[in-house]
Design a protein around this ligand. Structure first.
Ligand SMILES: [Zn+2]
Length: 348
């Protein structure tokens, strides 16, 4: 077997000897070129995120970095756990690589024997009384390929530029470990502004009822984003500060409920962390927040008809009439929420 070579496997050889090769087989990647990463923290949810290629940022603000981008180490974007890159390997990828190596080795061996049989048969004298023929069945099995799907939320870290994918929301960049909460929030705002544009286009086709409905949904989304981001921040901080037996009770469904839809109730929860993120707002901004949260209630639960509670706030509408939803007001509301999100990121 002196002329034997693992043709396929040797392409991935990075070291070792012919008998004991050291291979570096690339991980299966998604259509956008990202690889799966799996958080080693068993208490983390949802654990799966995707990582794109390292970027070379034009300007790097080192004050925001936890580690130099592209170097050893990964941060879980959801729970913030730091560990070596290998700790974040996805089990399915290891299995896929093992499967590939088995396939490649078996095909390489088969190719060798098929060639050997051909050479042997060719070397046999013709026309003799006895003829010997070697018959090796060629292996035509397909190369095993693992499919990896992209997640819906794909973005790039605003600090190091690393591209990554998560489920909807995350707190940190997996590469430089920097705080990325507001990067996700910016993406939400982008989507909300696109809905406003859509509502304006629909209004031009004289379908004002549909336009109003789309604006209502955009408005509702601002409240949903506001609530979700606070919940994610709050859960992270409680887990970070309190021991597990205490924190589990503090972040369960009953303890949080929909309190983050209400400024006073949210404030009470923040007291457990000795924080007051709403202090960044002026009194007018606080009133604006309260009005918009009430408005969301009637849009979401009362077909946009003002009820007594809504009429009692500083609103213009009488009970039983539809509330006014203006594009500029939604943008202004989103900007105010952004101030709070920026503050949450600072406090992380
Ligand atoms: Zn980064």
């Amino acid at each position: 077997m002196s002329e034997f070579h693992f043709k396929r496997l040797e392409k991935y050889k990075v070291g070792g000897t012919r008998d004991k090769m050291e291979l570096k087989v690339p991980l299966p990647h998604s259509p956008s070129g990202k690889v799966y990463r799996w958080c080693p923290n068993v208490d983390c949810t949802p654990r799966l995120f995707l990582l794109g290629d390292a970027q070379i940022p034009e300007k790097l603000d080192i004050s925001q970095l936890k580690r130099t981008p592209g170097t050893q180490g990964t941060t879980c974007p959801y729970c913030g756990m730091d560990a070596d890159d290998d700790e974040f390997n996805y089990l399915g990828d290891i299995k896929a690589i093992q499967k590939y190596i088995e396939w490649a080795a078996s095909r390489d061996v088969n190719d060798y024997f098929v060639k050997m049989a051909k050479d042997f048969n060719r070397s046999q004298p013709r026309g003799g009384l006895i003829s010997i023929k070697m018959d090796i069945k060629p292996d035509y099995s397909q190369e095993p390929r693992a499919w990896r799907e992209d997640l819906i939320r794909n973005l790039a870290c605003n600090i190091c530029g690393r591209k990554y994918g998560v489920y909807a929301i995350a707190l940190f960049c997996p590469d430089c470990g920097g705080k990325n909460l507001h990067v996700h929030f910016e993406r939400e705002i982008e989507l909300i502004l696109q809905q406003i544009d859509l509502a304006e286009q629909v209004a031009e086709t004289n379908n004002s009822e549909l336009s109003y409905r789309i604006l209502g949904n955009a408005h509702e989304d601002v409240v949903t984003v506001f609530e979700t981001y606070q919940k994610v921040f709050y859960r992270y901080m409680i887990k970070k500060i309190f021991p597990k037996d205490q924190s589990e009770k503090m972040i369960d469904k009953g303890a949080i409920g929909n309190r983050f839809q209400n400024l006073d109730k949210a404030k009470d929860l923040y007291k457990k962390l000795s924080l007051d993120p709403f202090s960044v707002l002026t009194l007018e901004e606080l009133d604006l927040m309260k009005l918009n949260i009430e408005k969301r209630h009637v849009i979401g639960h009362n077909l946009s008809l003002a009820d007594e509670a809504y009429a009692d706030t500083m609103s213009r509408e009488k009970p039983g009439t539809t509330v006014e939803i203006l594009a500029e007001e939604i943008s202004e509301f989103a900007e105010t929420v952004k101030k709070i999100i920026m503050e949450l990121e600072q406090l992380m």
